[in-house]
Design a protein around this ligand. Structure first.
Ligand code: BGC
Length: 477
């Protein structure tokens, strides 16, 4: 940070003025965290939930893995630009979740915006191809479906899509049960069937897959195309679900934080444009300041503005720079790399048809850094809020916990994770957090959720049977 500041001092004052709103002070981050803390409670409340921007959705996942789960599962993973089918094996002896095989099916852009029936037919066809290639047709394996969009879950196998995010907008799916749509598509084909289904958000999958390795993993976080987190909440606080004892995993859908306008003071004019030109204006404001789908575009808008004001490239833009989404988020990672970043910057600017000098490339790096570090710090503030909540829930002075993390922004960006952790340390000083990067969490995690659900069902059956035995004995007496 010190180094960045030094360079910033030497920049033209006008450039600094554009970047200043992206540098959130610790005080501001504390305020943001306090607002989110209130919003978590609103989302959990029976009556306040309805209007709450942070949805706090019950997942019906009541337990994390205990290491005794086992079996073979199918997993589907839909949430980014690709759709994946996996065959997963959970091996008890080795406490391992093994990916036996997997297949990726691209989802064409038109399909992301077309009729839902077409999307689900495509999913059913990909699953069929996979079953054939794996020689699994004819077996009815339990299936975990990672569907990474906000869903109102009624049970583990009933999940109503609240709204699409991240560039998807298929008609006829919002307000419908996604499991039903999947089963209908499979029945329309009529050439295979599936076993029991468990619906999972990717955050939950990530938490559960890390949970098999580290049983204190009670938070799952994604910072990729979209952003979100889940955590284990006390059931008595989840007012929309019956029950007093135990815990349930809550899918926070923190991407919606700010949708009631509560982040107005930190939104910049560039965030406003990104939101207004997106396919879902007004929705997922927090996500639009943080996740991979939007970061590159924020940078592009800043670069265009600086160029128009003659602070970059001698005032000359290029066709590419003026094209929405042409500045990809992955460029930021390349540009901000510690070694070789300057050279990468210059190559990228050339690719974008821009005429740069050394001051330009330095400014571009600082622009990327301002946007990515705001994202990391906002995420850190949100994660600190969850950790603090878990600590207070359990009346602990000190909490030690693990967060399972996935997503390209977190994994690929050179200083993102460091900056995020530093923020969490500042805002949640009484929480000691281990970060566990999940490998293939949303696929393996879906299998894990299914496995834990099966273990719990098995335990309940055993309990009922032993209750029955006691009853019989009593009757005999
Ligand atoms: C979705 C979440 C998801 C997140 C990360 C968001 O857009 O609403 O359900 O967990 O992206 O994939």
């Amino acid at each position: 940070v010190g180094k960045t500041n030094l360079v910033r001092v030497a920049l033209p004052l006008q450039v600094q003025e554009y970047l200043e709103p992206f540098h959130l002070s610790v005080e501001k981050l504390r305020e943001v965290s306090a607002r989110l803390r209130k919003d978590l409670v609103r989302g959990l409340g029976k009556h306040s939930h309805h209007k709450a921007p942070v949805k706090m959705l019950p997942t019906f996942v009541r337990a994390t893995p205990d290491g005794t789960e086992k079996g073979d599962f199918l997993a589907l993973d839909l949430g980014g630009t690709n759709f994946r089918v996996l065959h997963v094996r959970v091996v008890e002896e080795e406490q391992k979740v093994l990916k036996m095989d997997s297949q990726i099916c691209a989802i064409p852009k038109e399909m992301m915006l077309g009729p839902g029936v077409q999307l689900f037919d495509h999913i059913a066809a990909c699953l069929n191809d996979f079953l054939v290639s794996q020689n699994l047709k004819g077996q009815t394996l339990p299936l975990g479906f990672t569907f990474s969009f906000p869903c109102e879950q009624k049970e583990i196998d009933k999940s109503i899509l609240i709204r699409w995010t991240k560039g998807f907008n298929c008609s006829g799916v919002e307000g419908e049960d996604v499991v039903k749509l999947l089963k209908e598509a499979i029945h329309r084909r009529g050439d295979y069937d599936i076993g029991s289904v468990a619906m999972v958000n990717d955050t939950v999958g990530t938490m559960m897959s890390c949970g098999y390795r580290d049983q204190s993993c009670e938070i799952g976080m994604i910072i990729g195309t979209g952003t979100n987190a889940c955590y284990m909440e006390e059931i008595k606080n989840v007012r929309r679900v019956e029950g007093e004892d135990g815990r349930m995993c809550i899918n926070t859908e923190w991407g919606g934080f700010g949708d009631d306008g509560c982040l107005k003071d930190i939104r910049t004019e560039f965030d406003v444009v990104v939101d207004e030109t997106s396919i879902n204006p007004g929705i997922h404001n927090f996500e639009k300041m943080i996740s991979g789908m939007y970061l590159g575009e924020i940078v592009r808008l800043l670069l265009v503005r600086l160029t128009e004001n003659k602070l970059l490239f001698e005032g000359r833009t290029s066709e590419a720079l003026l094209t929405p989404d042409a500045f990809e988020t992955k460029f930021m990672s390349e540009i901000e790399e510690r070694d070789g970043g300057l050279e990468n910057t210059q190559n990228i600017l050339t690719e974008l048809g821009l005429k740069w000098d050394s001051v330009d490339s330095r400014i571009v790096r600082l622009v990327c850094n301002a946007v990515s570090s705001r994202s990391a710090r906002l995420c850190g503030a949100a994660l600190a809020t969850l950790a603090n909540r878990i600590r207070v829930n359990r009346r602990l002075d000190h909490l030690k916990t693990t967060v399972g993390v996935d997503g390209t922004v977190y994994k690929k960006h050179p200083n993102f994770s460091e900056e995020l952790r530093a923020t969490v340390r500042l805002l949640a000083p009484d929480c000691d957090i281990t970060f566990l990067v999940s490998e293939d969490g949303s696929g393996k995690g879906a299998a894990m959720v299914t496995a834990v659900a099966q273990r719990l069902a098995h335990q309940t059956r055993l309990l009922e049977e032993s209750d029955g035995e006691v009853d019989d004995e009593e009757e005999e007496d």
